[in-house]
Design a protein around this ligand. Sequence first.
Ligand code: ATP
Ligand code: MG
Length: 249
Amino acid sequence: MNKSIAQTNLSGLFVTGTDTGVGKTIVAAAIAASLRAEGLNVGVWKPVQSGEKIGSGLTDAERLLHLAGIEDRPEVVAPFTFEAPVTPMLAAKQSGVTLTLSELITAGEPLIDRYQALIVEGAGGVAVPLTEDAFVADFIYQLRLPALIVARSGLGTINHTLLTASYLKQFGVRIIGVIMNDIDNAEKISDPSIANNAELIERYSGLKVLGRLPHLPNEVDSETLIPIFRKRIDLAPIREALAVQTMGG
Ligand SMILES: Nc1ncnc2c1ncn2[C@@H]1O[C@H](COP(=O)(O)OP(=O)(O)OP(=O)(O)O)[C@@H](O)[C@H]1O
Ligand SMILES: [Mg+2]
């Protein structure tokens, strides 16, 4: 979709996923927390969220801030929050707001100015409508950010991940890799597909699986998340992507 949108100097990574509820918030926060622990001034941005009210502690912005150990105000991290538990474009419409990609980007400018790089969390997956005429994939392309795909580790993930990767490629979005997430406790469920899913995704997509995040305890915070994430996930391709961008490459 052809829109002329002012160029931003945004550096960062867009964390998308194969579906809603696959672990984008946990992964985005873990990336931000891990990079911040290395001394990088990395922030988080959730351009639009729906389903909860700020103040509940349950919005993605609040969870991102808590898990990444950042002290921004949630209203700044998520400038567009709608309570209705429906796709953001409809939730906005029900509140009388017509979203445009330009407005979404403009609302992120305070964060873009303040941080060296932003870890941006999308809404749902790549084919979620964000505005009347743009999908999440259009938004990622307009932001000129590389994407990371969060995928379930269990049965069904090959199909969802390959579809997501192929859709992003059609939009011209560069994909850094895939992170598999044990949403379900792999030790408690019997899913023999898990052992081969990463390898098959790599083979058919040509993408790199950066690792598999284990099932985490409910009360996880940034202190406990960072060492687990570093042990299981290869952060090098993420660091490299951010370094190239911050050098202006
Ligand atoms: N590795 C994990 N171990 C245990 N629970 C997890 C794990 N990953 C995600 N969860 C839980 O699964 C739920 C969905 O995860 P999360 O909110 O990160 O998904 P999401 O992709 O960001 O969803 P949304 O589309 O709503 O933004 C949350 O309750 C989260 O705490
Ligand atoms: Mg989320």
